[in-house]
Write a protein that binds this ligand. Sequence first.
Ligand code: ADP
Ligand code: MG
Length: 295
Amino acid sequence: SVPLTFFGGIGGASKQGVLVKGSNYLEALARTDIVVFDKTGTLTRGVFNVTAIHPDRCSEPQLLELAALAESYSSHPIARSLRDAYGMDMDESRVTHVAEIAGRGVKAEIGPAAGEGGDVRTVYVGNDKLMEEMGVSWHPCHHVGTTVHVAAEGEYLGHIVISDEVKPDAKAAVAALKAAGVRRTVMLTGDAQAVGEAVGKELGLDEVHAQLLPAGKVERVEALLGQKAPKGTLAFVGDGINDAPVLSRSDVGIAMGALGSDAAIEAADVVLMDDKPSKIAAAISIARRTLVIAR
Ligand code: ADP
Ligand code: MG
């Protein structure tokens, strides 16, 4: 049977908005050696502001509208941000055959606006990798931020530059983990190298691996699992969008509860109700105190 003090630990954690799904995860949390973070929505707010719109062969509002339409049904933070930036009501009946292309972007068939002529077009919205795979060429551009390309019928239409901010407590969260004896802090992201490096430097993370597809994140986590200190554990923290496989692969999968998807909350062992990364070090110390009492 599980000692009562374990329930005390789980209860104490839940009062702080940290839901631990079992006493075995308290024990694993107490022994955290490596913490691996996803970037978007985990260390950053996941709310992107549009900083520039560069259309190639249409107007700025047309480019933004097309991107927002293609993103109508995506729950990715980038999709939400593009819809908010467009801001106007959209005729979603124009959008059919939507497909999410994990770590790259989205594809959708988009029909002409009501009262306007024209054919249904296949539209791709996403990163460099997506354009490369679709055989669409673009002029290389060097912006600070995340570049979202838009192409229709294989033709490049332009790009939108968006940027996210780190969460207010993210830097302190990383420092608190170090102070708690966590040996390595790592960030994995599907975003561009420059964006990943900037965030890593700002937050004082030990390592950053960028431009990873979901399968690449799993590979990285598997390699790190093999590098733990004896008796140490690996915790992964994510919002579950494009990282559910890593959440379940880790010793302790920690999900952001407010922003995260239902699938993430399901796959996770620990849920942070308020999405604050600083709660991870708090959870580790509650777990350790609980184990000391239980001994
Ligand atoms: P992160 O690792 O930062 O959490 P993801 O793995 O979710 O990011 O996505 C990686 C990259 O894939 C994003 O930076 C973006 O370039 C692209 N991407 C993913 N989903 C979308 C989408 N719905 N719309 C546009 N781009 C996307
Ligand atoms: Mg993600």
